[in-house]
Design a protein around this ligand. Structure first.
Ligand code: PBG
Length: 332
């Protein structure tokens, strides 16, 4: 729809920008604390808070400290956190058995958070890369990332998370058929209210670098993820992935990374009208922080503008490492 407008000077578009009151009346998008999902990293130990060097301001926490972070999130009004485990190289195995261990530190963190802060929604990560000796999201056989055997493992991992009390299962692995398999297992296991937020449109991106440091996957990763994550040159393929995951039982869809893929956010929202999320990934966070720390951009303004862009592009919410800082700013 093209707006009808008379020629200048009858129409002066600056009229609607002349002061804060008028600008407020014509504001189209809003960013609120209710839009935020805060990704946090859990590690072993007790009383541990360990900075992630490539993500200034982001820390890995032991389970007890995750509970503190969860309380902080709830106090700020953040509706959900997303828990990612850090696993050292020597704790990683080829069979990835740690991934579905009910007592791995991610599952212990889920239980501890749901006990201490039951009203806070807990989202998980379903992928083998945080347990795999070679850093891949699926099993590797003779250099190939195999699909169907990986899906079986991912199902076990998702069920263990649901049994630990997770509210939202987040498959980020990009294997084919995993959403349907997970949904079926959740239904069969009495977890019919557990949501699936599918990382449906996930690209093979350079912007995940700092995250791989954060979870201990950088040193482990052999090769790249191009046989399962989407080529950044493609757009229609992302829509096919979202359509497929919705058909298999995903409740919500994610586009990842965020800011370089706002066109995909818009297409997904327009095409399907489902709850749509973007992941403002580690590299996006690191870029803003690095520039701000050099005094090259205003950190708070760049942070808020980057998040507003997701809302404008049609997203219902955003996963962002900035979540607690944004929540603080929004309430001040
Ligand atoms: C694991 C996973 C990744 C991210 C979230 N889940 C990394 C990857 O696919 O290599 C990246 C998040 C970020 O960069 O902030 N499958």
């Amino acid at each position: 729809m093209r707006p009808v407008q008379a020629p200048f000077p009858i129409t002066r578009l600056r009229r609607v920008r002349q002061n804060p009151a008028i600008r407020s009346l014509v504001t189209q998008s809003t960013l609120s604390v209710g839009d935020l999902i805060w990704p946090i990293f859990v590690r072993s130990g007790e009383g541990v808070e360990e900075p992630v060097p490539s993500m200034p301001g982001v820390i890995r926490r032991s389970v007890d400290k995750i509970v503190d972070a969860a309380k902080e999130a709830a106090d700020l009004g953040i509706p959900a956190i997303c828990i990612f485990p850090y696993t050292a190289l020597e704790e990683r195995t080829e069979d990835c058995a740690g991934a579905w261990d009910p007592d791995n530190h991610a599952n212990r963190a889920i239980r501890a958070v749901k006990k201490a802060v039951p009203e806070l929604a807990v989202m998980t990560d379903v992928a083998l890369d945080t347990y795999n000796i070679n850093g891949h999201d699926g099993f590797v056989e003779n250099g190939e990332i195999v699909n169907d055997r990986s899906v079986e493992a991912l199902v076990k991992m998702a069920v263990a998370q649901a049994e630990s009390g997770a509210d939202i299962i987040g498959p980020s692995d990009m294997m084919d058929g995993r959403i349907g398999a997970i949904r079926q297992a959740l239904e069969a296991g009495g977890h019919q209210n557990t949501l699936i937020l599918s990382y449906a449109a996930k690209y093979a991106s350079a912007f995940y670098g700092p995250f791989r440091d954060a979870v201990g996957a950088s040193a482990a990763l052999t090769g790249d993820k191009k046989t399962y994550q989407i080529d950044p040159a493609n757009s229609d393929e992302a829509l096919r992935c979202v359509a497929r995951d919705l058909q298999e039982g995903a409740d919500m869809a994610m586009v990842k990374p965020g800011m370089p893929y706002l066109d995909i956010c818009r297409r997904v929202k327009d095409a399907f009208g489902v709850p749509t999320y973007a992941y403002q990934v580690s590299g996006e966070y690191a870029m803003i922080m690095a520039a701000a720390q050099n005094g090259w951009i205003d950190e708070d303004r760049a942070m808020m503008e980057s998040l507003m862009a997701f809302k404008r592009a049609g997203c219902d919410g955003v996963l962002s490492y900035f979540a607690p800082r944004v929540a603080q700013l929004l309430s001040s």
